[in-house]
Design a protein around this ligand. Structure first.
Ligand code: NDP
Length: 446
């Protein structure tokens, strides 16, 4: 058996019930053959066996009082996966589907994504099975305070720097930061995604969506095209989806769909700036459902329980959650003329969908490259916080755009170097992996 299949067997044996983690490990390891053939030292140092094992996985109880004075108990986690390239870094997700295996997949992916950003960040992820939907602001605050009271002892600006993810936006980051500061008696960059008036970076809220759109634009450039005039489908309607729509509009494209866990809207005329402002208010302030968009605007269809992938488009931006594009969805996208997929979400495409995109040679940007803008901007926030300074918006924008262009270039040239020109999956996995693996060898057996 080959080194890769030996390690995959160990991973299956040790993590039998962690479906998403196994899927992510398969996707990365199976694309590493060309680099393992060229660099036998990786096998000698047992890099694969070590890189699939989190350095530390913490699970804790989070008790809190709801508004009826009833005790509620949730589970909290932090997976500190790999610190070869810097302090652990990765978001917190609050969603009922959160469990150990889901966060291990996200933290594993994060390790390679952070490597691609060129900044000094290790990989981590955390969160809770707490569902912020339908909770009052005070319930969310009490939960965040209890969660942080336990997480506090594990994180710090040079140790582990969490950020937001699904269910954790500006409101939650504020409550979490407040409690950390109170316990630690320090004000510093222990969390990113802070509000701009108290330590946040310009562009952090926009970063993931803008980055995924810039990545699509760079992919289009390889075929001499731009975003101008492109019809785009977007899933989700949260942070990533909102700023994807904003940037696509700025670059002259048109987004015709959005969704949430209840269904999708199809707006043939496109989600323009005014309609996007409505979505932001609806989702970020009123915390309403996407259906209300169809109630407000004439000619918009709401399709209950549906995802946007049957709508004809040239570019698709999955921006909701993992495994939201199945093999049949992918076939439908390609059949209807889609030739660009830029993943704002993490692992939104199932393996059958990825195979379909690769077989049809469409421009497919996997999440760890296409959505790296979010954590990259968090890295810029950390740099500003460590100097107790704040860069002008133009400075952040210039650095941000350049790094997204560099990530695209690095992924493309790595794919070419390893005999897989045009395959962004191979390019992203190998480019991300080499830096982490080399640093692990340099730092000895730890
Ligand atoms: P938000 O919580 O802001 O929005 C998530 C959106 O996706 C909501 O519209 C939500 O609908 C929908 N959604 C979530 N879970 C499901 C589900 N199981 N089925 C259908 N719809 C679902 O999260 P973000 O926009 O921050 O994150 C979206 C994706 O982007 C995630 O995969 C995340 O890991 C990834 N990502 C985010 C980054 C960031 O900076 N925020 C950085 C890099 C990646 P509903 O409200 O109904 O639940």
């Amino acid at each position: 058996m080959s080194y890769i299949s030996d390690v995959l067997e160990i991973v299956h044996r040790r993590n039998p019930n962690e479906r998403e983690f196994l899927q992510a490990v398969h996707e990365v390891l199976e694309s590493l053959k060309p680099v393992l053939d060229r660099r036998p030292e990786y096998e000698k140092h047992k890099i694969l066996e070590r890189i699939v094992e989190p350095e530390r996985a913490i699970q804790f109880r989070v008790p809190w009082f709801d508004d009826n004075n009833e005790i509620q108990v949730n589970r909290g986690y932090r997976i500190e996966f790999n610190s070869a390239l810097g302090p652990y870094k990765g978001g917190l997700r609050f969603h009922p589907t959160v469990y150990l295996g889901l966060l291990k997949f996200l933290a594993f992916e994060q390790t390679f994504k952070n490597s691609l950003t060129t900044l000094m960040m290790g990989g981590a992820k955390g969160g809770s099975d707490f569902d912020p939907k339908g909770k009052s602001d005070t319930e969310v605050m009490r939960f965040c305070q209890s969660f942080m009271t336990e997480l506090w002892r594990h994180i710090g600006p040079a140790t582990d720097v969490p950020a937001g993810d699904i269910g954790v936006g500006g409101r939650e980051i504020g409550f979490l930061f407040g409690q950390w500061k109170r316990l630690q008696n320090e004000f510093n960059g222990v969390l990113t995604g802070k509000a701009p008036n108290w330590g946040g970076s310009f562009l952090r809220p926009e970063a993931t969506g803008y980055g995924a759109t810039y990545f699509a634009e760079e992919m289009l450039k390889t075929r001499g095209e731009t975003m101008k005039g492109k019809i785009c489908t977007v899933s989700g309607s949260g942070n990533v989806a909102q700023y994807t729509v904003e940037k696509v509009n700025q670059l002259g494209g048109k987004c015709v769909t959005l969704s949430d866990s209840n269904g999708m809207i199809y707006d043939k005329d496109g989600v323009n700036a005014e309609k996007l402002a409505f979505i932001m208010e609806l989702k970020n302030v009123k915390r309403g459902r996407i259906k209300e968009y169809a109630d407000k605007y004439k000619g918009v269809q709401f399709m209950e329980g549906k995802r946007p992938w049957a709508v004809p488009c040239q570019c698709a931006f999955p921006s909701a959650t993992e495994n939201e594009i199945g093999g049949e969805d992918a076939k439908m996208l390609v059949k209807n003329g889609c030739y660009v997929v830029s993943e704002g979400a993490n692992m939104p495409s199932e393996p059958a969908a990825i195979n379909c995109f690769l077989e049809n040679k469409i421009l497919y940007g996997p999440g760890k490259a296409a959505n790296a803008g979010g954590v990259m901007c968090s890295g810029l926030e950390m740099a500003q916080n460590s100097q107790f300074t704040r860069w002008h918006r133009d400075v952040v924008e210039e650095k941000f755009h350049q790094i997204m262009v560099d990530i695209h270039e690095n992924v493309c040239s790595t794919a070419k170097e390893y005999g897989a020109a045009g395959n962004y999956v191979v390019g992203a996995n190998i480019a991300g992996f080499i830096k982490v693996a080399d640093a692990m060898i340099d730092q000895g057996l730890v």
